[in-house]
Design a protein around this ligand. Structure first.
Ligand code: HEC
Ligand code: HEC
Ligand code: HEC
Ligand code: HEC
Ligand code: HEC
Ligand code: HEC
Ligand code: HEC
Ligand code: HEC
Ligand code: HEC
Ligand code: HEC
Length: 436
């Protein structure tokens, strides 16, 4: 209690209010702060400085124009990257198709399309893309998700293609086609699941024993001489009564039935000349022993000719008659589709690009799942879309893109542009790039 009653003792102030006031600089408003001094100058100066800095880029002095762009130019165009005007003839904002067409033809897509986008919409620049021709799917589905609205009298049946996936993209049309080639080929008999030995011939054969592909992806035609003869020579034998012996009774694999007939006659005539006693040999049920030379010869020739065409050629071919002569039905070039009356037919897939060479790491039968079991030529062995979907469509890489499998530009319309010299393309020749 006592403590509280004691009044608080303040220390005596050393300065009074007057001395305090003298400490304040009353004219402070007239004095400039250093920052205040510079602020104005910087506000005008810095942009000026910046503008000066950019001047070389604007005027082209010093080269580096990349400062204006969103990113590096694509790999293919990097050779003239510094020459912005090559693509930006009018303004930096918009690139006209005409700018591209100075160097490229860029032929149209389909004659009946409505509203094709500008080149620069599909071929995106300044993203440093390595493959400028690999365009994103939205560029295609903008029309293909509702095709009838984007083309006049559209012929394509697939009107709503929204992606490469089941139900969103048409199946490969081959599964609806037919294989009418009049050539018997039993794939299965040549490729049994278990190894087999038939009269000294070792099976199974491999697909590549009969099929191969060139770099363009075209099938190399299967031929009798290269792919069948080694095992099926016996199928050309005409010597039905086995009187000639050895290699003498083999017909040529020829388009000329009269020629074959003549060869057969010559073979028997020669044999009779060498051995007149042959007439003592009975010719099956058709001729007893001891016939005259003429009758014997005619019988041997007639029976052998019908035997070779009806039994032997028929082993692989359809044989008909024309003017009394046997005719082997045309099988045409054994590659692509069979089209009656044409020496060769189109590929199985005509509306997409497919190259075997790009898939040479994949086992044939894992795409052609039906080939090894196929017993009839009429079986269609081209894969269905499911096979492609295992790798394409959901990999998240460019192999999913429409542009991986389809062309956009109609290449048949492509015209040659005036070619440019290296110097015209890249500007003045750089040191080290001077051609010798
Ligand atoms: C190979 C052709 C090509 C060259 C060379 C090129 N550009 Fe472009 N640039 C394009 C295309 C295509 C576009 C997209 C414009 C459009 O859609 O019309 C574009 C867009 C631009 C844009 C607009 C940015 C945007 O995304 O809207 C600027 C700025 C630009 N370019 C600057 C430059 C400069 C600066 C140079 C030179 C260093 C240059 N470009 C060289 C093709 C080119
Ligand atoms: C000065 C000439 C020139 C101009 C202008 C030009 N290009 Fe090119 N382009 C080239 C050259 C060079 C190549 C390399 C291939 C070649 O020689 O054909 C190329 C390649 C391409 C390719 C193929 C890319 C690939 O990955 O296969 C595409 C797509 C392309 N240009 C699109 C365009 C587009 C779109 C424009 C307009 C924005 C354009 N180009 C403007 C010269 C030009
Ligand atoms: C709807 C998208 C689209 C448009 C629009 C487009 N292209 Fe293409 N372009 C592609 C696709 C996809 C490819 C790759 C497939 C092909 O070659 O058709 C390609 C390929 C190219 C190629 C490379 C051709 C080759 O043989 O290697 C050039 C060059 C090209 N386009 C130039 C142009 C030009 C020029 C224009 C404008 C007149 C243009 N493109 C418009 C999608 C488009
Ligand atoms: C401006 C609209 C438009 C764009 C964009 C477009 N297409 Fe087409 N496309 C069409 C029309 C229309 C047809 C149908 C022609 C017909 O059958 O009459 C067609 C047909 C096709 C066909 C079948 C043609 C044939 O070979 O029989 C394919 C494949 C195709 N387009 C792929 C593409 C791809 C890939 C792209 C993207 C790079 C694309 N299209 C972009 C309008 C377009
Ligand atoms: C003895 C030779 C031979 C062997 C081995 C062979 N093929 Fe064939 N293949 C042919 C002949 C001949 C044709 C043409 C007859 C036809 O149109 O079917 C053909 C046609 C085809 C066709 C196209 C015709 C269709 O109907 O789809 C495909 C695909 C095919 N073969 C795949 C294969 C595959 C895959 C293998 C291996 C599993 C194989 N072939 C093994 C001879 C052979
Ligand atoms: C490696 C040897 C070999 C080659 C090469 C070969 N085949 Fe065969 N082929 C056989 C054997 C073995 C048989 C079974 C014969 C048997 O069972 O008597 C056979 C049977 C056949 C059959 C009868 C099928 C059936 O249903 O009975 C035909 C048709 C045939 N081959 C056509 C061909 C054609 C066409 C080629 C060439 C494209 C060819 N072969 C190439 C060994 C071969
Ligand atoms: C083992 C099966 C086989 C036998 C047996 C066979 N051929 Fe062939 N033949 C083929 C094959 C495969 C082709 C198609 C490839 C080629 O032209 O070499 C062909 C093609 C032909 C062609 C061409 C058809 C055309 O479209 O132009 C004629 C003609 C022909 N053979 C005649 C014969 C005659 C005649 C015989 C009997 C003497 C015969 N072949 C026996 C397999 C056979
Ligand atoms: C990635 C899947 C795939 C693989 C792997 C594959 N093929 Fe094919 N094959 C196809 C497709 C798709 C076609 C239809 C292409 C076309 O004709 O345009 C085809 C077509 C064919 C044809 C018919 C071609 C013609 O024009 O006569 C033969 C034959 C064939 N393939 C044999 C083979 C053989 C042999 C192998 C292995 C060396 C093989 N394929 C590997 C997908 C495949
Ligand atoms: C992995 C390869 C692949 C991809 C990716 C792909 N397609 Fe296809 N497309 C094909 C094949 C193969 C066919 C069947 C061609 C045939 O039967 O001749 C086809 C058929 C078509 C057809 C029907 C053509 C006709 O005339 O019947 C159209 C349209 C089409 N594709 C558009 C597209 C579009 C749009 C995309 C992208 C969303 C795309 N495709 C992606 C391989 C592909
Ligand atoms: C085992 C996976 C696999 C399967 C199954 C497969 N592809 Fe491919 N395909 C690839 C790969 C990986 C590439 C890229 C190869 C390259 O660029 O060299 C490719 C490339 C392609 C190309 C571009 C070829 C080129 O020469 O540029 C086309 C078109 C194509 N595939 C179509 C098809 C079709 C149609 C099918 C179904 C019949 C199919 N693929 C099945 C893996 C596959």
């Amino acid at each position: 209690m006592a403590k509280e009653e004691k009044p608080i003792e303040y220390e005596r102030r050393t300065a009074d209010t007057k001395t305090l006031a003298q400490r304040l600089v009353l004219a402070y408003q007239q004095n400039g702060h250093w920052l205040r001094f510079w602020r104005k100058r910087l506000a005008y100066g810095l942009p000026l400085l910046a503008a000066l800095g950019v001047a070389p880029f604007l005027t082209g002095i010093g080269g580096g124009k990349r400062v204006f762009t969103n990113g590096p130019i694509s790999g293919v165009h990097v050779i003239f990257e510094q020459d912005c005007k090559k693509c930006h003839s009018v303004s930096l904002a918009k690139v006209q198709d005409q700018d591209c067409k100075v160097c490229h033809d860029g032929p149209r897509h389909q004659a009946n399309t409505i509203g094709e986008p500008r080149c620069a919409v599909c071929h995106i620049e300044h993203k440093g893309s390595l493959k400028l021709a690999s365009v994103s799917d939205a560029n295609c589905t903008r029309c293909h998700s509702d095709l009838s609205a984007h083309g006049k009298n559209v012929a394509t049946k697939a009107l709503e293609v929204t992606g490469f996936a089941k139900g969103r993209h048409p199946d490969l049309s081959a599964i609806l086609k037919r294989d009418d080639r009049p050539l018997k080929l039993n794939h299965a008999i040549h490729m049994p699941a278990q190894p087999k030995n038939i009269r000294g011939i070792k099976l199974p054969m491999k697909c590549v024993d009969c099929h191969s592909f060139d770099l363009k992806g075209e099938a190399v035609p299967v031929t009798f001489e290269k792919h069948c003869l080694s095992c099926h020579k016996g199928e050309l034998g005409f010597d039905v009564y086995q009187v000639l012996g050895g290699e003498n009774g083999i017909a040529p694999h020829s388009k000329d039935p009269e020629g074959i007939g003549k060869l057969i006659r010559d073979a028997y005539t020669k044999a009779l000349d060498a051995n007149p006693g042959l007439t003592q040999r009975p010719l099956g049920r058709n001729l007893d022993a001891g016939a005259s030379r003429g009758v014997w010869l005619e019988t041997a020739v007639r029976d052998s000719t019908s035997y070779v065409f009806e039994k032997k050629c028929r082993y692989c071919h359809e044989v008909t008659q024309e003017n009394g002569l046997p005719v082997v039905e045309k099988v045409n070039k054994v590659a692509g589709q069979f089209q009656k009356g044409k020496p060769e037919g189109p590929r199985w897939l005509n509306h997409a690009e497919f190259r075997h060479h790009a898939h040479r790491m994949v086992a044939c039968a894992s795409c052609h799942t039906k080939a090894q079991q196929s017993q009839k030529t009429s079986d269609i062995l081209i894969p269905a879309i499911e096979t492609c979907l295992t790798c394409h469509g959901s990999s998240g890489t460019p192999i999913d893109n429409c542009s991986q499998c389809h062309y956009y530009h109609d290449k048949t319309l492509e015209k040659e542009r005036d070619r440019k010299t290296i110097e015209e393309l890249i500007g003045s020749l750089r040191v080290g790039s001077t051609p010798q």
